[in-house]
Design a protein around this ligand. Sequence first.
Ligand code: FES
Length: 105
Amino acid sequence: MSQDNWVDAIAVDELPSDDVKGVVVAGRDIAIYTVGDDIFATDNVCTHGQARLCDGFLDGHEIECPLHQGKFDVRNGRPTCDPVTESLRSYPVRIEGQRVFLQID
Ligand code: FES
């Protein structure tokens, strides 16, 4: 674990454009989203059931869960559509060189 808990997660060029990718960082299953030039990160497992959001559909800032089509705002993890009611944990993102770092405690 680095200082202030910033952890090197992935290279920027390994991320698909306007899409979501699942990565394991510091033992956590995390979804990393690209929306235009912005990058966001949340937990990858839906708060409603055992589905991975990296298998879902990203539309703008919303990720749709593949299991029951609940949706979350990838900027803050908040639910935006039933049946999800509980927020996803979201992680601060920092780009350094060509690497994506996440702040994980
Ligand atoms: Fe994601 Fe049900 S498991 S909406």
